[in-house]
Design a binder for this molecule. Structure first.
Ligand code: SAM
Length: 223
C-alpha cells in the first residue's frame, strides 16, 4: 500500500467536498473559480502540522501571526472580481500564497505583495513546489500597490483597511475591479467592490461583513 498516493487521493476527495459543501451550496457559481478550488492543494499552503485541517470551513494560522483565509470568503471575493483568462491581477497580502495560486489558475499573470519577509519566503517556496509560473511575489507595502506592473484588470486585497487606498484605485484599468475588506475597526470590515468607471470616477458597493487581519502600511493601518 502506498501511503503517499492514498493521502493524495484523500485530499482530492476532501477538496471536492469543500467545493460542493462550502462553495457551491453557498451560491458560488463562477466555474473558473470553482475549478481553481478543485485544482489547488490547500494542504500545501497550511503549516505541516495543520494539513489534516486543510479543508475545514475556516481560516487557519500561518507564520507571522497571520492567517490563510476561509475558502468561502476567498471564493466570494474572487467571484466579485469577474475574472477573465487574459487578466493581469494584483493581490495585496500574499500570506501563504494560496489565493495567489488560485488566481494563477484563472488569469494570465498574478502580482502579489507581502509585507512580512518570512511569508514572502513561505509563499514563494509553496508556489514553486506546485509549479506556479505566472505568479510574482514582491516584499513590500502593498497598500501602495505595485506600480511597476500597473495598471491591473483586477485587484484583490486580502487584509482589512480603514479605507480604500487611493494608490490601489489608481492602479486599476478603466472598467477594472477592486475587492477589499474595509472597516473602522482593525478586525471587522465589510467587503467593498470598487469599479473604475473613468479616469477620475469610481463606483463603490458595500457588501458582506468579514473579519480579516489588518492591512498595515502607508495607506492602511499604522504599525
Ligand atoms: N491571501 C493569503 C493566503 O491565501 O494565505 C491570506 C492573507 S492574510 C489574511 C493577510 C496578509 O496580508 C498577511 O500575510 C499580512 O502580513 C499581509 N499584509 C498586511 N498588510 C500588508 C501590506 N501593507 N502589504 C502587503 N501585505 C500586507
Amino acid at each position: 500500500m502506498n501511503y503517499a498516493v492514498n493521502e493524495e487521493e484523500s485530499f482530492a476527495e476532501r477538496r471536492e467536498e469543500m467545493v460542493a459543501q462550502q462553495l457551491r451550496a453557498r451560491g458560488v457559481r463562477d466555474t473558473a473559480v470553482l475549478q481553481a478550488f478543485l485544482t489547488v492543494p490547500r494542504e500545501q499552503f497550511v503549516p505541516h502540522n495543520l494539513r489534516a485541517s486543510a479543508y475545514e470551513d475556516a481560516p487557519l494560522p500561518i507564520p507571522g501571526g497571520q492567517t490563510i483565509s476561509q475558502p468561502y470568503v476567498v471564493a466570494y471575493m474572487l467571484s466579485l472580481l469577474a475574472l477573465r483568462p487574459t487578466d493581469r491581477v494584483l493581490e495585496v497580502g500574499t500570506g501563504s500564497g494560496y489565493a495567489a495560486a488560485l488566481l494563477s489558475q484563472i488569469v494570465a499573470e498574478v502580482y502579489t505583495v507581502e509585507r512580512q519577509a518570512e511569508l514572502v519566503a513561505y509563499a514563494r517556496k509553496r508556489l514553486a513546489e506546485i509549479g506556479c509560473e505566472n505568479v510574482w511575489v514582491y516584499h513590500g507595502d502593498g497598500s501602495l500597490g505595485w506600480p511597476e506592473h500597473a495598471p491591473y484588470d483586477a485587484i484583490l486585497v486580502s487584509a482589512g483597511s480603514p479605507e480604500v487606498p487611493q494608490a490601489l484605485r489608481e492602479q486599476l484599468v478603466i472598467n477594472g475591479r477592486l475587492v477589499i475588506p474595509v472597516g473602522s475597526s482593525r478586525r471587522q470590515q465589510r467587503i467593498v467592490l470598487v469599479q473604475r468607471t473613468g479616469a477620475n470616477s469610481y463606483r463603490q458597493q458595500h457588501l458582506s461583513p468579514v473579519a480579516f487581519v489588518p492591512l498595515i502600511g502607508v495607506q492602511g493601518w499604522e504599525e
